[in-house]
Design a protein around this ligand. Structure first.
Ligand code: HEM
Length: 513
């Protein structure tokens, strides 16, 4: 049986990342359990080319044509036909599926249609509610908090990582729930460490329920043994309760009307309205919508704060060791007609003006390229009729139901597209004009994959870029930064990859001093 399966498996023709890969998935599971998957895939693609076999039912690709174009733009699903495999089911909240965790495309696109407009670039950059929210967070919370660093024992020295996470959480949750109903982690360090401890402590227990969910349940049911400790369930429940309280507050504002534009719960209002309409059409109870909305918004705050926080940590780390880049960025920030200084409160330059700063854009883009917050594989399933993957004359038939994936962390290191790919060099994004059309499109669109591509690509990319630009502009309009201690700044080997050590100590220096 074993030998028959091996000889008849079409994946046998694809170069194997390990001698056991054609025969068993034990090897790749062991790699994942040890948290060395990204590094292992990097080596495998370097040695074997753009398509490698990882297991008897699994393939990794590292190319655009015959790779991400087919899989992601081609709309391969996250789950197989009978939904026995869906790697993303792990991201279910409140026991209810959401846009990110939904396996099948049809259910997913219904949900995405409810949200894509409010997350579109035109709506984000012109939203009066979001601008008022960011203004309040920048002037009343972030700048005062940075100023507080000068009353520390070591004046100006602070751990910037948690503050960045607090700021991205406050902005994302403000856009979702409205300022009054959202988090204020910047001003509440106790709640910030409560939340970050809960959120981060769960990371090391992802392997079993995500990669081997059936085995995890089996062991618990029949042997009474928990592969994931009980406190992880408790941490999830605490985070759900916290989200629930923000939903309740937003619902109250919706029924009473927002007193200030900043209090408008833009996302929650749109989502609950659309879900209620859908429920009415299907003759379902409106009460069920509350839990669906809660699952959805919890996914968005989690996806939104963490990824943007990681990216900003690397932006600041890179800028802190490249003083010339900092100086150039500062010169550009001075061209803003409305500067972001404490004395300018509450006025902010408008979103379009900040977005149009080319050097700020280059700094963020280069960081998203070299330190993508999601560098790990994004698994999909090949369609029932099968497909052909691979490039440069080496294409292979892949039958239906095979787990296929690509990784931003690998695509972004292609030397042909990004020369000196391991170097952080924002200037490469300013030199685009000098490239021919094909090379420019390769760099900007085809191989740049920080937000994924196709129907399941990041819905929050414009909000992410918007908030990151304001946060970087705020910091560098007022301070210079230098590294005090960056031990453990390397990215961890994971799907979402924060620095190995969650601390980045920097020293601020006031620009006017
Ligand atoms: C620098 C910041 C961000 C990065 C690098 C990023 C990256 C990504 C990537 C790569 C995906 C696709 C993942 C996959 O299919 O495996 C994704 C999906 C998603 N992201 Fe983001 N993201 C960022 C910020 C945000 C923000 C601010 C939000 C807030 C709304 C958000 C919400 C989502 C959601 C809901 C999905 C699922 C979309 C779908 O399934 O259609 N992300 N993100």
């Amino acid at each position: 049986q074993f030998v028959y399966q091996y000889w008849t498996n079409p994946l046998r023709k694809i170069p194997a990342a390990h001698p056991l890969a054609h025969i068993t998935s034990l090897w790749i599971n062991y790699v994942r359990w040890r948290s060395v998957e990204n590094a292992t895939l990097k080596r495998a693609h370097k040695d074997l080319g753009p398509i490698v076999c990882l297991g008897p039912n699994e393939v990794s690709v590292n190319c655009v044509k015959g790779g991400i174009r087919e899989i992601y733009a081609g709309g391969f699903e996250k789950a197989n036909l009978n939904e026995t495999f869906n790697w993303y089911a792990f991201f279910t909240n409140f026991g209810e599926s959401n846009m990110f965790s939904t396996g099948r495309n049809k259910a997913h696109s219904t949900r995405k249609r409810m949200l894509s407009n409010i997350y579109s670039k035109s709506v984000i950059t012109a939203s009066p509610a979001l601008l008022a929210q960011v203004s309040a967070i920048v002037y009343d919370r972030l700048l005062p908090r940075l100023a507080c660093a000068f009353s520390n024992e070591n004046p100006g020295v602070l751990d910037i990582n948690p503050l960045l996470n607090a700021t991205t959480m406050d902005i994302v949750s403000a856009y979702i729930f409205g300022l009054k109903s959202s988090s204020n982690l910047i001003d509440d360090p106790k709640q910030l460490s409560w939340f970050l401890d809960l959120y981060n402590s769960r990371r090391s227990f992802n392997f079993w329920p995500q990669e081997l969910p059936a085995l995890t349940s089996f062991v618990k049911k029949w042997f009474g043994y928990r592969l994931v400790p009980q406190w992880v369930d408790k941490a999830n429940k605490d985070i759900e309760d916290w989200t629930d309280s923000m939903c309740e507050r937003a619902a109250k504002v919706m029924s009473e009307g927002a007193a200030h534009v900043a209090d408008t719960p833009v996302v929650y209002e749109q989502l609950s309205g659309a879900l209620a309409k859908e429920a009415k059409k299907a003759g379902k109870d409106k009460k069920d919508c509350k839990i669906l909305a809660a699952s959805e918004v919890l996914d968005q705050i989690a996806a939104g704060f963490d990824t943007s926080g990681i990216t900003l940590t690397y932006v600041i780390h890179e800028l802190s060791r490249n003083t010339q880049v900092q100086t150039r960025l500062r010169q550009e920030l001075r061209t803003l007609s409305s500067p972001i200084l404490p004395s300018s409160s509450p006025s902010l330059p408008d979103g379009k003006a900040v977005d149009a700063l080319p050097y700020l854009h280059a700094v963020i883009w280069e960081t998203l390229r070299l330190h993508p917050a999601i560098p790990g594989p994004q698994p999909r399933v090949s369609p029932p009729q099968g497909c052909r993957l691979g490039s440069d004359g080496n294409t292979y038939y892949i039958p239906g139901g095979v787990r296929v994936s690509a990784s931003a962390g690998l695509l972004h290191l292609h030397e042909d597209v990004y020369p000196q790919a391991h170097k952080w060099r924002p200037e490469r994004w300013l030199e685009l004009e000098q490239l021919d059309e094909e090379k420019r499109r390769d760099m900007e669109n085809r191989w740049f994959w920080a937000f994924g591509s196709g129907g399941r690509m990041c819905v929050g990319s414009h909000l992410a870029v918007y908030q990151m630009k304001y946060i970087v502009a705020t910091l560098y309009s007022n301070y210079t930064t230098a590294i005090v201690d960056d031990t453990g700044i390397e990215q961890s080997d994971a799907y979402t990859a924060p620095p190995k050590n969650s601390e980045l100590l920097i020293k601020l220096q006031r620009l006017d001093s």
